[in-house]
Design a protein around this ligand. Structure first.
Ligand code: AMP
Ligand code: ZN
Length: 469
């Protein structure tokens, strides 16, 4: 496996710390709003990374945090706290907001067929670990107290900008407009580890600490949660490119200062999904979510395919026009798979050849569009259907486009007109509502009604599905 490592700025051979095992960390969402499809581009790519590593035989453990405290809307430790802002907007408590949007995030995860990380840890569950790390940083002289906050002293490091390739001068330009520059800091690039006194007096969640009642800075959570679950060495850390500076730069600073040795070898960053106006962001008003796409009639997996068609190291521009084309391509692909028969026996030599080609494409810095080309080449090739089917099952372990599920639904759908489909979906909704109201007799009656019309309902983990009897 070869991947581009932001830390070395090169495509490198991936060699994990322990042979065959991969410890991977993903920066999770800040749960003050829905994830937009830009955020989800990053998670889709990370999902492909996990599944590629598994396809290639690695045993992967993935950890993800949930940022439910202390992420400021400006990354220069100024601006409003995002969680507090969300709670105010919706007249709810911060914890209510966090739970609601965490659930919504994982609903999207499921719709996009992403594998759940082995560990998901909200920042608010790890306060003692944050305090411990900050105590050690103070003891080692990497942190200082000023103005009732605790800061990380970036001047103590030889190479603070190792990841971001920035320098003090650029940083000063970056914060030039920031009239609120924190005067407690010894150096401009220092960042807060623990707040007891911030500009946001209304912070809802606070904890006792050796430095007074307060709350953690944003960056400390990923260092602590990563070390807590993956130990002192991590193989690969992922996020969107906006995480490179300051978030990941600060994570490296505090983790390596704490551990006293290098921490994570590979850093993978996904470029942004943009629209005509630039980067999609949660804080800037309207944004596109999976639900919005569904309301407009798109299958979430068409968006997954949209994301897979481009390389993660290039910005990707979203437009409905392109999504329409990709939706059609997805339907066409599913139709071709639905047409495959059970003819022949799996030809193991052909199977091994395509399996390798597909793996090689992904092992080449996650070349997803090349991997898709292998799928299309296979479908066109003079190979028996049994072999094609077996290979597509294997490929879909990584692609996760639910190719056979969608093909089955297509076959079940065949010959059912739009009016009838609408009727079935309405009945399914009615049955859902009856079940919710614990009116099981009504729910059963609806199922029986549909059966009498020749439609069978199936309750599956992904929801209710129907097929012709
Ligand atoms: P947040 O919830 O804002 O902390 O972001 C969650 C993840 O989405 C982070 O890894 C970000 O780097 C990433 N991200 C934010 N905006 C975009 C975008 N427009 N395109 C791709 N990834 C993004
Ligand atoms: Zn993080």
């Amino acid at each position: 496996m070869r991947i581009y490592n932001t830390r070395s700025r090169m495509v490198e051979e991936f060699v994990p710390h322990t042979e065959g095992k991969v410890k991977m960390y993903t920066c999770g969402p800040t749960v003050y709003h829905f994830a937009h499809i830009g955020n989800l581009r990053s998670y889709i790519c990370e999902d492909i990374l996990v599944k590629t590593l598994r396809y290639l035989g690695y045993d992967v453990t993935r950890v993800m945090n949930i940022t439910d405290v202390g992420h400021l809307s400006s990354d220069a430790d100024t601006g409003e706290d995002k969680m507090v802002k969300g709670a105010k907007r919706e007249h709810k408590t911060v914890m209510e907001i966090a739970q609601y949007y965490t659930d919504a995030f994982f609903d999207d995860f499921k719709k996009l067929k992403m594998a759940m990380p082995e560990v998901v840890e909200p920042a608010t569950h790890c306060i003692p670990e944050f305090i411990h790390m900050i105590e050690v940083l103070l003891e080692k002289g990497y942190a200082y107290q000023a103005g009732e906050n605790v800061y990380f002293d970036t001047s103590k490091l030889n190479d603070y900008y190792v990841l971001s390739n920035m320098n003090e001068k650029e940083l000063m330009v970056g914060v030039r407009d920031d009239v609120d520059e924190d005067t407690n800091k010894k150096n401009r690039s220092d960042f807060v580890l623990w707040f007891t006194k911030s500009k946001f007096e209304d912070q809802e969640l606070k904890w006792d600490s050796p430095w007074g009642v307060g709350y953690p800075g944003w960056h400390i959570e990923c260092s602590c949660i990563g070390i807590k679950h993956l130990g002192e060495y991590m193989d690969i850390h992922c996020g969107g490119v906006d995480n490179i500076f300051p978030h990941h730069t600060n994570e490296i600073a505090q983790s390596e200062a704490f551990l006293g040795h290098p921490w994570c070898k590979y850093w993978l960053h996904v470029h942004h999904l943009v629209d005509k106006n630039g980067k999609m962001s949660k804080s800037a008003g309207e944004f596109l979510t999976v639900s919005v796409l569904e309301e407009k009639g798109y299958d979430p997996l068409a968006y997954r395919l949209f994301a897979l068609q481009s390389h993660y190291r290039k910005p990707l521009e979203f437009s409905y026009e392109v999504l329409d084309n990709v939706s059609q391509a997805y339907e066409k692909l599913v139709r071709r798979i639905a047409d495959l028969t059970d003819d022949g026996e799996v030809d193991s030599e052909v199977y091994a050849g395509y399996e390798k080609r597909f793996g090689d494409a992904l092992a080449d810095d996650l070349n997803t569009s090349m991997a898709l080309t292998v799928v299309y080449d296979l479908l066109k090739a003079d190979v028996n259907d049994a072999t094609k089917k077996a290979l597509i099952v294997r490929f879909d372990e990584v692609l996760s486009l639910d190719l056979f599920g969608a093909a089955e639904r297509l076959k079940a759908d065949a010959g059912v007109d739009e009016e009838t489909k609408k009727h079935i979906l309405e009945k399914i909704e009615e049955r859902k509502a009856a079940k919710k109201a614990k009116d099981f007799a009504r729910a059963d009656a609806i199922r029986a009604e549909l059966l009498a019309e020749g439609i069978i309902l199936e309750d599956t983990r992904e929801g209710v599905k129907w097929k012709k009897a």
